[in-house]
Design a protein around this ligand. Structure first.
Ligand code: NDP
Length: 602
């Protein structure tokens, strides 16, 4: 356990020096390569523990639309296509059902800390009222199923089916899709909703494969081993077990209180503590909800996106930790305006000042909750809040007051070695029955690697080659040389990280408008004009580099693990220069104008 000397929170120079020293402990020269890919002898970490695959005959046929990925990106697009009257839509997903991240992540305590009113897409269209301000994963998964049912997307769904290749066939003007089940679908249009946090990664710890106890990644929770269920039944089979967990990001923070209650002993191997702010969950009042005016969700989405990006609104509808962060920064900029002006430097200073205040509060909260002073010191984050994904939880810190919970603070080094019986940190061996990896997902690696297949466009060019110098697109959605192909994401578009589903609903609406236009004009092909793509990329490159990439930030997936951001890495992180609200308004005008400038229909 390390205890740091007490920092005078008001002494900014000392604080900066402390931040730099903590960062230096964590920088790994190998960056993203420090993680182990779940392939080869680690491939079993991806096995689906939730369904048994039923054999079926391979499918060989023409289809109108294929959607790769049945998470919220694919589902919202499917819904918008149905609303536009498009038929013959096929969902393809490696999972056993719809839901994407919410199919896979069933770990105890899993929930979404973006408010359900804005995170759950198409609430008005499906007539659903969320139970709480922040809802558990099972409720989110059920909502994904509700969207699929409401919009008849189960009709042609291929589950437990991984796409293995996607190749444009110039003669038929169709995409040839091959799968792990031996299918060959020839699709007129393909939508790729493969998700931003889809592919689990494992910590690069020496000897990981030698562990002879039980071991799994949080996105493949093994309730057969732990007992209990995703709906909250206690994990009684852990009562006599020594459990270790590696990872204290958003996932670790949510599941640790639950494992703490169930396990004989829990050892939390911490490399970097998360910032844990107040969660303050509450039920949604049905009467209040039912009285909301028609169109309320669009207003809430716009309100949140406005406040999240430093804008002004009469009211903060969502009122959560995310808007609190942004409003603090914005108000500080306004307060400093008279003395500092509105320069990038003034904005940065305002951000730093409000962040210093917030992080002092976060560290004080640790001391107020965690009784053992050394443990409390170990749990204090020494970096700016937005260097890492901020967390919001009301039980996490208290879990460390239990006698059976042991914080093993590795002082930034991480676990050194795993052997057959446990884990080594420094000279100490921790014998374990079970080792759980809450080690996150690949971000920033090549698109084809994360998607699990290569996309080969017109002229035989792969998407990886096309993007060898970085992502290129029109609106983040269409790519020159890849006809009838739609990427459902947020990069080079709205880029609203804190409410990812808002981006998905928008890209779904745009995709449906384009495909509807193609079908109604009997066009068999939609292509991006390369000049339009070039101009769009040039435009997004004028966007200011996010302060998330601050070179003084502690490393993590927000900042390419602290490695230099190259043109290539920056391109997949950029959005519309004027921000998401302006982008959503721009793209709405673009898709409703009927001109579809930048696309060629033939
Ligand atoms: P993260 O990538 O955020 O965290 C991975 C954790 O593993 C970090 O604590 C990391 O430490 C640790 N780690 C990695 N390698 C080692 C090692 N060798 N030794 C010790 N520790 C190690 O993954 P999560 O699954 O927690 O979260 C991923 C994302 O998923 C979130 O950021 C969020 O966007 C999303 N999510 C959203 C939720 C929601 O409520 N909406 C809930 C859960 C997840 P270090 O920090 O030092 O790198």
């Amino acid at each position: 356990m390390t205890t740091d000397h007490v920092i005078d929170e008001a002494d900014r120079d000392a604080l900066r020096a402390k931040y730099r020293a903590e960062r230096a402990k964590r920088i790994r020269p190998e960056g993203n390569d420090q993680y182990i890919e779940p392939t080869g002898r680690f491939a079993h970490f991806l096995d689906d523990p939730y369904v048994t695959q039923t054999p079926r005959e391979p499918i060989n046929r023409d289809v109108n639309v294929a959607i790769v990925g049945a998470g919220f990106a694919g589902l919202t697009s499917g819904a918008r296509l149905r609303q536009a009257g498009v038929e013959d839509i096929w969902l393809i997903d490696g999972a056993g059902d719809v839901g994407g991240a919410w199919y896979w992540n069933r770990y105890p305590g899993a929930m979404c800390d973006t408010a359900a009113m804005i995170y759950l897409p198409l609430l008005e269209e499906t007539g659903y009222r969320p139970s709480m301000k922040y809802v558990p994963a099972a409720e989110i998964f059920a909502h994904a199923q509700r969207i699929a049912t409401t919009f008849n997307l189960y009709e042609n769904a291929l589950f437990s089916t991984a796409v293995s290749g996607l190749t444009w066939d110039e003669d038929s003007e169709r995409w040839h899709i091959t799968t792990s089940r031996g299918d060959l679908l020839r699709a007129r249009f393909v939508l790729a909703g493969t998700g931003p946090l889809h592919r689990p990664k494992l910590p690069g710890i020496e000897g990981l494969e030698t562990f002879e106890g039980h071991c799994f990644h949080t996105s493949r929770w093994d309730y057969a081993y732990t007992g209990g269920s995703r709906s909250g039944e206690p994990m009684t089979l852990l009562a006599d077990k020594r459990v270790g967990i590696v990872g204290t990001g958003a996932t670790g923070v949510q599941c640790i209180p639950h494992i703490a209650r169930a396990a004989g002993d829990l050892f939390v191997f911490q490399r970097t503590p998360s910032s844990i702010d107040v969660r303050n969950n509450a039920p949604i009042d049905p009467a209040w909800y039912d009285a909301l005016p028609s169109g309320w969700q669009y207003d809430w989405l716009t309100n949140f996106a406005t406040l999240q990006t430093g804008g002004f609104a009469n009211q903060d509808y969502v009122m959560d930790g995310w808007t609190d962060i942004s409003i603090r920064i914005r108000d500080r900029v306004v307060a400093n305006l008279a003395t500092e002006g509105l320069t990038p430097e003034a904005m940065r200073k305002a951000y730093e000042e409000s962040d210093d205040e917030k992080m002092a509060e976060i560290r004080a909260r640790v001391s107020a909750i965690v009784r053992d002073p050394a443990t409390a010191e170990g749990l204090k984050p020494w970096y700016r809040q937005l260097c890492k994904r901020p967390c919001f939880h009301d039980e996490y810190l208290d879990a460390y007051n239990r006698d059976n919970v042991h914080l093993v603070d590795t002082d930034g080094r991480g676990v050194e070695r795993v052997d057959a019986t446990g884990v080594w940190v420094g000279d100490t061996h921790y014998p374990l029955d079970c080792l759980i990896f809450a080690s996150g997902f690949e971000v920033g690696t090549e698109y084809a690697r994360r998607a699990g297949f290569e996309t080969i466009g017109r002229d035989g060019e792969t998407l990886s080659d096309h993007w060898s110098k970085g992502m290129t697109s029109l609106h983040g959605l269409n790519v020159a040389g890849f006809p009838n192909f739609f990427l459902l994401g947020f990069a080079q578009a709205g880029n609203l990280f804190s409410n990812v589903t808002h981006n998905f609903v928008e890209s779904g609406t745009t995709t449906a408008a384009i495909i509807r236009h193609a079908l109604s004009t009997n066009a068999t092909r939609v292509e991006v004009d390369p000049a339009a793509e070039e101009a769009w990329v040039a435009l997004v490159e004028t966007a200011p580099t996010s302060f998330l990439f601050d070179p003084e930030c502690t490393p993590g997936y927000y900042n390419n693990e602290g490695q230099e951001m190259t043109t290539k890495t920056l391109r997949q992180t950029r959005g519309y220069p004027e921000g998401p609200v302006a982008f959503f308004s721009y793209i709405d005008r673009w898709r409703t104008s009927g001109d579809f400038t930048g696309l060629r229909f033939s």
